[in-house]
Design a protein around this ligand. Structure first.
Ligand code: ZN
Length: 263
């Protein structure tokens, strides 16, 4: 037998051996993957907002989730392990803030990029100051949202007043009138604009002075962050918000739960 032939034979044997290992690993992996859930099952299990809806409303919610997934591209970045469940959660976070507006879809969004971890302000996954968990893009990233996968999941996993994905979609809603300024002209009734602005400024001041402690202090960064943070609270724990901050609750409820149609 020639030297080259021996090498070739050896390579084939090693190749077959590795292939067996690979097949074994693949089999184990398959067992670990849970059976595919339906959209309805994911919503029923993980989305409290959906759980509280009536049966006909749940039907509408599911349809809108499907429409969202049909219209908006969801792209995993750097091998983020985005599952079908994650896609449903992203769509749910998008539908929740505008559920009462029958014909509304985000016209200022084409794509959601899902990062495997936190990132920095230049959308990088490496280096220092990777403190961003979600972002609505500007400039070249216009019409793009970025979410960090672990934070997307955490927002739906715990009974907390925070939800990163809802926060970012509220920014988009705020942005739809041309300015991300904490004043959502598209949903706020004209009569409520002034009361909203003055209440918002009062709250920002009180949060900065530590007079209010149950609202995420990040909300005192500026008006846009205030609106996004208290909206998270409103959708995650409405009863608690109503109890602790009735005036704030009333204005948010008037904005988000308005029954009239908008385009
Ligand atoms: Zn924000």
């Amino acid at each position: 037998m020639s030297y080259q032939l021996l090498i070739l034979l050896l390579a084939v044997v090693i190749g077959l051996y590795l292939f067996r290992i690979y097949r074994k690993a693949a089999k184990v992996d398959q067992k670990l993957i849970p059976e595919e859930e339906t959209t309805e099952q994911v919503l029923a299990k993980q989305v409290p907002f959906y759980q509280k809806l009536s049966a006909p409303e749940q039907q509408v919610f599911e349809e809108r989730v499907q429409l969202f997934l049909h219209k908006i591209k969801i792209t995993p970045i750097n091998n983020a392990a985005v599952t079908m469940q994650d896609r449903v959660l992203i769509a749910a976070a998008g539908i929740i803030p505008l559920f009462r507006f029958k014909n509304w879809m985000y016209n200022n969004l084409n794509e959601v990029l899902v990062y495997p971890d936190r990132f920095n302000k230049d959308y990088e996954l490496e280096g220092n100051e990777r403190d961003v968990v979600g972002m609505v893009g500007d400039g070249a990233m216009h019409r793009t949202m970025i979410l960090s996968l672990p934070y997307l999941r955490a927002g739906f996993a715990n009974d907390t007043d925070s939800n990163t994905a809802i926060h970012e979609f509220v920014h988009l809603l705020d942005k739809s009138d041309g300015a991300t300024d904490g004043i959502p002209e598209a949903i706020l009734q004209d009569d409520n604009v002034k009361p909203w602005i003055s209440l918002m400024h009062e709250y920002i001041k009180e949060i900065r002075q530590h007079d209010i402690t149950d609202i995420n202090p990040y909300g005192a960064t500026n008006e846009a962050e205030f609106f996004a943070v208290v909206s998270e609270y409103f959708f995650q724990q409405p009863e608690r918000l109503q109890e602790h901050h009735p005036e704030l609750y009333t204005l948010l409820n008037a904005a988000f739960n308005r029954t009239a149609d908008t385009e």
